[in-house]
Design a protein around this ligand. Structure first.
Ligand code: PEP
Ligand code: MG
Length: 575
């Protein structure tokens, strides 16, 4: 068995087809004149833009989001990139060499970032570089159009351009040697609903072309040798995945309400304006978490107020009056931002991060808050503050917001006067003092990704302690219950925006505790809506009672899994 990172759940059964990426070597000879090289570069860029626009429309047409390909065009058209490539040509380099040098520089900048999502943007840079050099060399498109039905595609990398070439109807699964959960290939395979496993070491070497493979896009397991029993399990699991899709589909355009009529909210998590389309397509009732780090992470200099304003406004306008909770910069910890040149810390997860950093870097923070406040004139925008540990942090943020409001009033710039200010509850301090914090904010959003790690003292990114990192641990469950109870006592809404909000096994507990809103990846909205429709308060209360009698994470998980199987008629132990 081979193992990788399951990034797009689903079961694929099919025959291995290996795609070997071509090498794109070019002769690095001396140039005749810079004008000719600049013309070659311009031509290659035009070709690149034309082709990526065409691919993007094709991806849009297949039901996924072609924005990723359009973002490649934006990266290439970035003034910094264009001017640096032209500068390299002026310095006497061939167009190929100039492109390679600047792309490699960008690649190195992104590779050093700690944030996984940004590190995986290096794939985009490598793809842009390869496509441009292929254009210089006049190489033809990929040959991925004619794959046979039930193909399990094995490749070293999977670029959005390759995805645009593939006829998805013929793909049973995708196995890739590189990439991770937040890479673009992962995002697109999820959108196209193709089971995919990334980060599979030596997949091309280990897998023989033509072998039948069993691929679990959830667990990341790939079986090359198997008995009939295992194959039967995979066939059953595949059926169960199809069932999940079918269940979810029935809840398109339905209300989010429990079986006994309690209204809940289903919001979407997005990490940039280009994910807005998915949130709208999947019927999100609002944006519960708009992560803003994307604006800062690829930049050599900080984004201006105007640039931020445009991004925030685009989402506010796009959501047409539905709520948009914009989270202020969550820098540090697992999210490095190169242009901020943060100093290395012994223990970054307990260090100078998020709100702590922002309050000490007032200009940066004021700029962001001003941009958010200005964007609030265009929709139902709220401010969400990450990593709060104490009341005075909220008071300081509120004071800055007040100052900015005055400035905007003086300059007659519109903004939402009653803009809501809420906080992420993701530290044990915030959890334990949720009763105190609730007095100063308009809403809570429970960030279970961090909260789980901090409560259990288990780093969410460290595989060695991953067995401890579980939202089903009695400590975390008790924490969640207390947070929701404090919000309810104070009369403010409480949502959840960590990954656990999309875990249907936890749902009965969240209903029992009285959680108001779930904010999940857009692809999970319908399924969670379907889940809520099966639950009623008294049954959930009974489940919560049973869970509080259990003493271990394993017992709680077992109990909730069996309840979920019964209520949702959905089997989780898929393979
Ligand atoms: C969380 O911690 O649960 C959360 C949603 O924030 P992030 O994953 O961005 O740290
Ligand atoms: Mg967090």
């Amino acid at each position: 068995m081979l193992k990788g990172v399951g990034v797009s759940s689903g079961i694929g059964i099919g025959k291995a087809v290996k795609y070997i990426t071509r090498t794109v070597a070019y002769a690095d000879t001396a140039i005749t004149d810079t004008g000719t090289e600049k013309n070659r570069f311009r031509k290659a860029v035009c070709q690149f833009v034309q082709r990526n626009e065409e691919w993007a429309s094709r991806v849009d047409a297949s039901g996924a989001d072609g924005e990723i390909l359009r973002s490649h065009i934006a990266i290439l058209n970035d003034p910094w990139v264009l001017s640096h490539i032209n500068m390299e040509i002026d310095a006497g380099k061939r167009a190929e060499r100039a492109v390679e040098k600047v792309c490699d520089k960008l690649f190195a900048m992104l590779s050093s970032v700690e944030d996984r999502y940004m590190r995986q943007r290096t794939e985009d840079i490598a793809d842009i570089k390869r496509q441009l050099i292929e254009n210089f060399l006049g190489m033809e498109d990929f040959d991925l159009k004619e794959l046979p039905p039930d193909t399990v595609l094995i490749t070293e990398v999977l670029t959005p351009a390759m995805m645009a070439e593939i006829d998805v109807r013929n793909i049973a699964a995708i196995v890739v040697e590189k990439g991770g959960v937040t890479s673009h290939s992962a995002i697109i395979s999820r959108a196209l609903k193709i089971p995919a496993v990334l980060n599979v070491n030596n997949a091309l070497r280990e897998i023989v072309a033509g072998t039948t493979l069993l691929v679990d896009g959830g667990s990341g397991d790939i079986y090359t040798n198997f008995d009939n029993n295992l194959k039967c399990n995979f066939l059953k699991a595949r059926e169960s995945c199809v069932k999940k899709e079918a269940i979810a589909e029935m809840f398109r355009e339905k209300k989010t309400v429990t079986a006994d009529g309690i209204r809940k909210e289903l919001l979407a998590n997005i990490g940039s304006p280009r994910e807005l389309a998915a949130a709208i397509a999947e019927d999100a009732e609002g944006i519960g978490l708009f992560r803003t780090e994307f604006l800062f992470i690829t930049k050599a200099v900080l984004p201006s107020e105007e640039e931020q304003f445009k991004a925030y406004k685009a989402v506010a306008v796009g959501m047409k009056g539905r709520k948009v909770r914009i989270r202020t910069l969550d820098v540090g910890g697992d999210k490095d931002i190169p242009c901020l040149k943060l100093k290395k810390e012994e223990n970054p997860l307990l260090g100078f991060r998020a709100i702590r950093y922002c309050l000490e870097n007032r200009e940066l923070y004021r700029t962001q808050l001003r941009a958010i406040l200005r964007a609030s004139a265009y929709g139902n925008v709220a401010i969400l503050i990450p990593m709060i540990t104490r009341v005075d942090e909220i008071l300081k943020v509120r004071a800055i917001i007040q100052e900015i409001k005055k400035e905007l009033d003086n300059a007659q710039i519109p903004y939402k006067k009653d803009i809501e200010v809420g906080i992420m509850i993701e530290t044990p301090a915030a959890c334990l003092t949720a009763d105190l914090l609730a007095e100063y904010v308009d809403f809570f959003s429970i960030g279970t990704n961090d909260l789980t790690g901090y409560i259990l003292a288990a780093d969410r990114g460290n595989a060695d302690v991953s067995s401890l990192y579980s939202v089903f641990d009695p400590a975390v469950i008790r924490g969640i219950k207390y947070i929701i109870a404090c919000a309810k006592k104070r009369g403010i809404p409480c949502g959840m925006c960590g990954e656990a909000a999309a875990d249907i096994r936890l749902l009965p507990l969240l209903v029992a505790f009285g959680l108001d809103a779930l904010s999940v990846d857009p692809s999970n909205i319908f399924f969670m809506r379907a889940g809520l429709s099966k639950l009623n308060q008294s049954e959930c209360n009974a489940i919560a009672k049973a869970v509080f009698e259990k003493k271990t994470e394993q017992d709680i998980l077992r109990c909730l899994t069996s309840k979920a199987k019964r209520i949702f008629k959905f089997d989780y132990t898929e393979t």
